[in-house]
Every structure is written in C-alpha cells, then in structure tokens.
Design a protein around this ligand. Structure first.
Ligand code: NOJ
Length: 721
C-alpha cells in the first residue's frame, strides 16, 4: 500500500542522526545576493554535502538551484534543499507594491498577481516565497507599510487569503505552486514610533482584534509557512515567543506548516537582552516553536549540545524536522529534487506577455484619484501640447519600488510615464519634458526649464514621489513629506496658471498639503511596477476610469500618527475640529486625516440611496439584509467599491467607531443604478472580550454603507437575545 506523507516523513526521520535533523532546521543565505547583513563562510557547500543545511535563501536561477541541489544529493540521506526567496510583488514581472495592490480592493486581481509571481519564481527554481507580508500598519513612518495591505484587519485578511491562494495555486505537487509564508509573526507593524525593528507593546486583546486576523486568515487559507518577527512583543522577542508560536499558531490555530525565523532573529535575542548567548538563543527559539533558523547559525552550532543536555527535548527537534520534511514531500522534492530547476520552463516564463498584461491590469486598478476639480481628468488624446515634468516623468526603475529585482533589459522593459503617454497621444501632438529637480536634492536649477515647458503646454502632468529605496525594510522616516524640493517645483509650475495634474509615486502615504489644497487633479500611483507608465496613461486618458480606494489613512502631518479610522470613541470625543476644549483632540491640529481610509474618487459620480434593512432586530442564528441603491450619475461608466461598516454602540470592552465588515465592487454604466445587498449575521458582530473570548453581545449597532470610511449613509439595528 502507498505510504502517506506522514509515514514517509517518519521513515526518513528514523534514519536521521541528531546532526542531520538539526541540519534541516538550518537555513543559509546564498552567496549571490543578500537581503540582510551578509556573513561569509566559505564552506556552505561542504555543509550541504554533510546534510547540515535544510534550506537556502536568495539562490535563484535554474543553474544555481540545480548546482546546490546536486550537492545536497551527495549527502548521506539525499534530502533535497528548499530554496526560499522574497518574491513580494513579482519576480521577472514586477507588480504594484502590495500596498498599491491593496488599493485595488480587487481580490481576484490580487490573487492572479500572486499566481503569476509564483509561476515566474517557480520557473527559476524557487520553492518558497517569503510572502505575503500581512502586518497591519497604522504608522506610515514605518517603511514596511509598502509590503502590506494597510491598516484594516478585515481587508487585510481577505488580501492575505488571496495572496496565499495565489502563491500556492492548485496545490503543492504542481510545479508552478510555491509555498507561501505569512510574515512577520506577530505585530511587527506596530513598532513603537514607526521605527523599524522597534519594540511592540500592546494588550493581548488588541493583538487578537487588530493584528492577528490576517495571520489567522493566512493559516486558514493553508499558508505552508510562517516567519516570525524581529520585534519583541510585550517584552518577549517574537522569535522566542511561546505564546505566539506554540500556543496561538500551532495550538489554537492547529497550524501544520513550519515557522522560519527572520534573518538573524534567533541570534538577535542576545541584543534584545532576552538571552545571554547563542546557546541560550537557540534554546529559547526552538522551545518557543521557531522551526528553522535563518542565518543566525544558532541552531547548527548549539542545538545538538542543548538536546544532549536536556535543555531542548528531542521531541521538539523531531516536531520541527517533521514539519519541514513534510513540506519537502508535499512539494514533490523527494520524488524529483530538480523539478523546479527546468531550463525550458525558465526560458518560457521569462518573457510572458500575459504576465505583463495582468500587471498592467492590476496597476491601473491600484491608482487612486484623490482630487479632480472641474473634471480636469481624463485628458484628451488630441491635446496639442503636454508637458511632463518631475523626477518621475521618465523614471524607470524607481517605478518598481522596494523588494524588486533588476534585470539587464529593464531600460527596455519598464514602461515610464513618458513612454506610456507617448503610446496613446495623437502623433501630431507635442510632448515636452523637464525633470525640474531630483527626488531628494535641494537644487532648484531645473525649475526654470520646467516653468518654460509648462508655459509652452496646454496641460501639465507632474510626476513626483519617493525613490525606490525610500520605503521598505529599514526605511523608516520621521519626515514623510514629499521629499526634496518637489513640492516647491509643483508650486512653481502651478504658478504658470496651466492646468496641472500631479501624480505621486510612493510606497507609503506621503504628506503634500499644499498640492492637495491647490492643484486641481491628483492621482496616487504608488510604485506600480514594470508596466507603470502604461497603467498611468490608461487612467490619464480615461481608457480606465480610476477605482482605487486608500487602504491606509493619509495624515495631515506626522504629528497625527498613528491615525486610523477604526479607533475608539474615548470618553471625551471631539465632535469636530472646532470642539477642542477638554476634548480628545489637538489644540493645534485637526483630528481628521487628509484622506481617510477607503477614500478614492472616480471620473464619474456615484450617489447612494438611504439604507433599507430587512428587519431592525435579529437574534443569533438569524440574518438581516441591508440594501442600498447606487446610481452612476456622472458622465462615465465606472466601478465603485461600496463599503459596509458597523459600530457596536455598547460593549463589555469599548468598540471602534467604525469597522469595515464587507464591501462589493460594482460596475455601473453611466446613468445605471444597482441595488446592493449585504447580509449581516451574528458572526459579523463578534469581537474578543476581556477574557479573549470571541463572541457577540446583544445590544445596539449602527450600520454604515458608503463610498469611504468618512462618507456613508447610516441606520441602526439591534441584536436581541
Ligand atoms: C528580513 C525581512 O524582515 C524579511 O521580511 C525577509 O523575508 C528576510 N529578511 C529575508 O530576506
């Protein structure tokens, strides 16, 4: 009879020496690229041959992966290596940064983007992507907001699910399915002050309510692996945190995959002051449930002694190794260790036009229209003279954003805004260009040429933002205003009186109040990836009517941070910005963001009817339906994301003023109306009480439906006993 995978795992485990077991728990960086502080030790290949390495990261390409796998096949038990890589928003084809994709609110498109990323990664020998990053982030100073889905646990959970499903495709065993890795477990996004790697201190209830849901969703969607995080959580480093890894993840959630540490995070527990040395670090991490040590070398150097001294039980090691081997079996690597290293597939996936098409599709859906006075947008393809101004107007690789790869033919493949506009504009029209300034420099020497170009044009499109490496890991910034003299450039160009459109390329919410208050049309384009310019041109010329909605609140100044829509009411809520005295407010600053969560305009206009409820009260086990009619009253066909929020008016613990509980994307032709229904049951009203019990409490609720978290219709209902 055919053995089950568990039986096969057990039969391999029986053959293994303690050192070989520990080898499976050891992951090294390859010698070709680094995404962390690199360590040079020349004998990795020897260690692979001795069975002392279970996985490598940053080894890609059929040739490299095959070479190392061949060495692994010379080891005594011939256990194949797993190759892991940060395929965060594409590999060969770069998609919008995850925060940008989140602005599409389009789960199918997000899933397809992950699917393509996996297909391309799998074709170059990669088995495992260190994605999705599912950290909730309420602080745009934190550079890693670009990697996640923003501030909301509900939206974040759906996106986590879509990405896991996308990466893992039809399931392991298929050569285009790669293992997903939900990271960084947990609460890494709540680093104090938005400073990367900083401590996190929060109530367990807050952890469960806000930060864990996307992880739970990823686990439920079958994520093969989790990565723990650099931060300490309530005084315990995540890597040595038993509550997180053993009790919650592997206990309550019954997660059957394995946990990899973050780069060096086992050894960094020494710096945290949690352990004295690498010996204690290995003990703390292994006992807490970190199954694989990425680049600390703590396990390989100390675990054998720890087991012999009884400090780490052999059962702990066996459990970790079982989890790792199981994935290797599921991936089919014991049958054919080279099945991902196929030169023909590598070649075939390298320049896949469908992938570029899909990248453009999600890129245009990720763009958020922030302002469009007097319907300046869309612009006509027959516009006589267009001036493209700003450091991003002809930018190529800056469109890719952080966590992306450079390829030798990037200058040809990446579509700049200039290229994209050129392809669509009437050939008889004229395009003018002026860079105006650099992204971070303070020189204004280019302003005169920019003003001259604007003066000679009928319409000015300005493209400004953050350089590719200004948001990302270790890219926290205390000042998130538009960098350099770019806003001064906007002012100088605007002063020409020419109709001006400003586009922002960035990985995080930036601050640009002058522009927001003066310039008539603004598009937030994030870092859109390989096809950036095509997607921007689709939107500028109205071939695509923008539909993006912000997945994060945009602050007016850094002084408001953290700012998020789903906050509590407090005992002294301010009713508005003129209600400040002895209120929860600032004496010198608004309490409202510049742009709220869920906000985004369209070239057309949508009007909402009042909400109708099928009943005003219901009991557990019953449902009510909320319906609303949305009408496209503007001049264009377009897609609207209809958002449903709920507020629990009285709780045994205080509840947020609004929580997203559903949304639907609806395409409406101009003049068309559609009735949208949302079904609400007790499950939508549940939360964690003070004993961390997930339940709903009978009482009064408000229900809101609208176009953003700050613009909704509302009604009331009751949950009764
Ligand atoms: C450190 C980052 O925190 C993590 O997200 C990444 O996967 C690893 N480095 C590997 O590059």
């Amino acid at each position: 009879m055919e053995k089950t995978i568990d039986q096969k795992v057990d039969s391999v485990l029986k053959l293994m020496t303690l050192d070989e077991k520990i080898g499976q728990m050891n992951q090294y960086n390859g010698d070709w690229a680094a995404t962390g502080p690199i360590t040079h030790d020349g004998d990795k290949q020897n260690q692979i041959k001795k069975g002392m390495v279970g996985s490598m990261l940053n080894v890609t390409g059929v040739e490299h992966t095959r070479t190392l796998q061949e060495i692994a096949m010379q080891s005594r038990l011939k256990i194949p290596l797993l190759f892991g890589q940060d395929v965060i928003h594409g590999y060969r084809t770069i998609f919008p940064v995850p925060l940008g994709e989140a602005a599409s609110w389009d789960m199918d498109a997000i899933q397809r983007a992950a699917r393509i990323a996996a297909t391309e990664a799998a074709a170059v020998g990669v088995h495992w992507t260190f994605a999705p990053m599912v950290d909730i982030a309420r602080d745009p100073r934190w550079g890693r907001v670009m990697e996640g889905a923003g501030e909301d646990p509900y939206l974040g959970s759906l996106i986590a699910t879509a990405r896991v499903k996308g990466f893992q495709g039809k399931g392991f065993g298929n050569t285009d399915a790669v293992m997903a890795c939900a990271k960084h477990f947990a609460a890494y996004g709540a680093a104090i002050g938005g400073r990367d790697y900083n401590s996190v201190d929060m109530s367990l209830r807050q952890l469960y309510e806000t930060y864990l849901p996307p992880f739970k969703a990823a686990a439920d969607a079958g994520a093969a692996t989790f990565m723990n995080s650099f931060n300490d959580l309530n005084g315990i480093p995540a890597t040595g945190n038993k509550l997180l890894q053993r009790d919650i993840l592997k206990g309550q959630w019954k997660f059957k995959g394995f946990v990899v540490s973050d780069w060096g995070s086992v050894g960094e527990m020494i710096n945290h002051g949690f352990v004295k040395d690498n010996y204690e670090a290995a003990m703390a991490a292994a006992n807490a449930g970190s199954d694989m040590d990425m680049e600390s070398r703590s396990y390989i150097q100390n675990l054998a002694r720890l087991v012999k001294e009884g400090k780490v039980k052999i059962a702990v090691v066996d459990d970790a190794v079982r989890r790792i081997l199981k994935k290797k079996f599921e991936m089919g690597l014991f049958d054919d260790p080279y099945r991902f290293s196929d030169a023909a597939r590598e070649k075939q996936q390298w320049d896949n036009k469908d992938h570029l098409q899909e990248a453009r599709n999600i890129a245009k859906k990720s763009i958020v229209l922030l302002k469009n006075e007097k319907d300046l947008l869309p612009i006509s393809k027959q516009t006589k003279t267009i001036a493209l101004i700003g450091p991003f107007a002809k930018a190529k690789s800056d469109n890719l954003g952080f966590w992306s790869y450079d390829w030798p033919d990037d200058s040809v493949r990446i579509v700049s805004l200039w290229d994209g506009v050129k392809k669509k504009l009437d050939p008889a029209s004229t395009m003018l260009y002026a860079k105006g300034c650099e992204i971070t420099d303070t020189s204004r020497a280019g302003f005169a040429a920019a003003i001259a170009a604007a003066n000679a044009a009928d319409i000015v499109i300005m493209s400004v933002g953050e350089a590719r490496d200004m948001s990302g890991e270790a890219k926290s910034r205390s000042n998130i205003h538009l960098p350099g003299v770019q806003e001064e450039l906007i002012q100088a160009v605007y002063a020409t009186g020419k109709p001006t459109i400003v586009m922002f390329s960035a990985g995080r919410p930036l601050i640009f109040n002058w522009t927001a208050d003066h310039v008539p049309a603004i598009l937030y384009t994030w870092w859109l990836g390989t096809t950036a310019g095509d997607a921007m041109a689709d939107v500028l010329f109205g071939d695509y009517n923008p539909s993006g909605k912000l997945p994060m609140s945009f602050p007016i100044t850094e002084g408001q941070i953290p700012i998020y829509y789903n906050h509590y009411n407090t005992g002294r809520p301010a009713s508005g910005d003129s209600d400040r005295n002895y209120r929860s407010s600032y004496t010198d600053l608004s309490i409202y963001p510049k742009y709220p969560f869920g906000y985004g305009l369209s070239y057309t206009a949508f009007t909402y009817s009042d909400i109708k409820l099928s009943a005003n009260t219901f009991k557990a086990g019953q449902k009510i339906t909320a319906t609303i009619t949305v009408t496209n009253t503007g001049k264009y066909d377009g897609t609207e994301t209809v958002q449903l929020y709920i507020r629990d008016m009285v709780g045994s613990v205080v509840r947020p003023v609004k929580e997203l509980k559903g949304f639907q994307q609806v395409f409406l032709k101009k003049g068309e109306s559609k009735t949208i229904s949302f079904s609400i049951s007790e499950a939508d009203l549940k939360f964690y009480n003070n004993e961390l019990k997930y339940m709903a409490e009978p009482g009064d609720f408000k229900l809101f439906i609208g176009t953003s978290s700050a613009n909704t219709k509302e009604t009331d209902f009751k949950l009764i006993q």
